[in-house]
Design a protein. Structure first.
Lengths: 115, 112
């Protein structure tokens, strides 16, 4: 009965390096979401996966950002050639499906710092 | 342009006071949710409202969805220090499929 887990909890990297952030959703949840949150701010939608459907990538800020979800479970968000403006908390959430009003359960986030 | 406007952005009050947080939009929402987030953690859902004019109560918290489904409010009665946190409204606009859009949040501090 574990909740959504994310790793690493903190990541410090140098500008220009690639990073991978991992999300383990709640077992059985078919929908998985990635968000970005700047300090004390609201959440910025990045991408979501629903079952075997093509992901909604409309929130990805640039082509340096990509995500995949293997086997309908674990997801990895990859940021290539990181920039300082990529520094933020990256939050993952999952839900039973993407039905309107369905509760999203969030992980604790990965705090990314790009030096 | 922010789809969901939250106000106030910051709120610092004394224990025992009442407060209201507002979430407004020019868009119509199929549903609207309120989340609370504490430092170092992800947001946790407090309530979902789906019907225009709907009012839901959760202990000292009262949530209202506007008749036109364009706005919502969160009212806290007799605030306590444990209510401190970032309150986020989030909604699914009728034109956005099932994508959830978040407001900027209201940082509430309740001083003992």
């Amino acid at each position: 009965g574990a909740g959504v887990s994310q790793s690493p909890s903190n990541k410090v990297t140098e500008k220009g390096k690639d990073v991978e952030l991992r999300c383990d959703p709640i077992s059985g949840h078919t929908a998985l979401y990635w968000y970005r949150q700047s300090l004390g701010q609201g959440l910025e939608f990045l991408i979501y996966f629903q079952g075997n459907s093509a992901p909604d990538k409309s929130g990805l800020p640039s082509d340096r950002f990509s995500a995949e979800r293997t086997g309908g479970s674990v997801s990895t968000l990859t940021i290539q050639r990181t920039q300082q403006e990529d520094s933020a908390v990256y939050l993952c959430a999952s839900s039973w499906d993407a039905t309107t009003g369905n509760e999203q359960f969030f992980g604790p986030g990965t705090r990314l710092t790009v030096l | 342009t922010q789809l969901l406007e939250q106000s106030p952005q910051f709120l610092s009050i004394q224990e025992g006071e009442n407060l209201t947080v507002y979430c407004n939009s020019s868009s119509v929402f199929s549903s609207l949710q309120w989340y609370r987030q504490e430092p170092g953690e992800g947001p946790v859902l407090l309530v979902t409202v789906v019907t225009g004019g709907e009012v839901k109560k959760l202990k000292r918290l009262t949530f209202q969805f506007g008749d036109a489904r364009k706005d919502s409010s969160l009212h806290i009665t007799a605030a306590q220090p444990g209510d401190t946190g970032l309150y986020l409204c989030a909604g699914v606009a009728e034109t956005s499929g099932s994508r959830l859009t978040f407001g900027e949040g209201t940082q509430l501090t309740v001083n003992p």
